[in-house]
Unconditional design. Structure first.
Length: 256
């Protein structure tokens, strides 16, 4: 109970202080309009991130299985038919772990849907990237947690994940793909926000996303990762500066 009250009070204090300071993120491109859906294709992942907020990290018993290929295609068709959505986002876990990912993506493409792929990049090889680009993936979101392997791999608890993420970002750059570099801000890496985002800018990211550590799921076991209000304030100023300097769209998917 004490931990829950601390977390509630901390988040409420953040909202008040940052709102009072007029903190915002800027960029030159508006967010897409119209309904869209984030599809968590699997709870399985190739990493073991300390900051992961997915609820099944604490309650694995709630995951009783995954929809099969037909089940996902029927659900996607129903969403499109009933809401008129034109965009879906594939997430997880790591969506590329599904053997039928390309089948699901091809189904969406045949129905005229655009797609966003959220991935850690470890399974995004040249062939998979080419297939994605040919079948309606218009944006890739990849996370870089630091300017060095020790910081990134320390947060993912997955040796080699920093190098694999950079390799995937390099493939996106060479392919001329549109992609967004995501930074999850914790107390351990937030001082590297400028260096890290400058790395993704150098690899031609067209957008950046700043996500404050969200203490749910596995993250609730690591509350010490919460950055301070002052650290978040300073980091947001850096993001805003870089967005203006490089004409980037900057966003935050976790409420500040």
């Amino acid at each position: 109970m004490a931990r829950r009250n601390w977390l509630r009070d901390t988040l409420l204090r953040w909202q008040r202080e940052l709102a009072a300071e007029g903190i915002r993120l800027s960029g030159g491109r508006p967010a897409p309009s119209g309904p869209y859906y984030i599809l968590e294709l699997t709870s399985r992942c190739t990493q073991d991130c300390r900051y992961c907020y997915n609820v099944w990290k604490l309650r694995p018993e709630i995951v009783t299985g995954e929809l099969d290929t037909q089940g996902w295609c029927e659900l996607i068709a129903k969403l499109q038919d009933e809401t008129g959505c034109r965009l879906v986002t594939f997430s997880g876990g790591e969506p590329l772990l599904r053997d039928d990912f390309e089948d699901i993506l091809a189904f969406c493409h045949r129905r005229g849907l655009e797609s966003i792929l959220i991935t850690n990049g470890g399974l995004l090889d040249d062939d998979r990237l080419a297939f994605c680009l040919e079948h309606g993936v218009t944006m890739f979101e990849l996370t870089l947690l630091g300017a060095d392997a020790a910081t990134h791999d320390g947060l993912t608890r997955t040796p080699g994940s920093w190098e694999r993420a950079l390799a995937a970002m390099t493939r996106l750059y060479r392919a001329g793909a549109t992609w967004c570099g995501v930074f999850v801000a914790t107390g351990e890496n937030i001082e590297q926000v400028r260096e890290t985002l400058e790395m993704v800018v150098a690899l031609d990211a067209t957008a950046v996303m700043f996500n404050r550590f969200n203490p749910g799921g596995e993250g609730s076991r690591h509350l010490h990762l919460m950055p301070t209000v002052e650290q978040v304030r300073d980091a947001l100023a850096v993001v805003d500066e870089l967005a203006a300097a490089y004409d980037l769209f900057a966003s935050a998917s976790i409420p500040i």
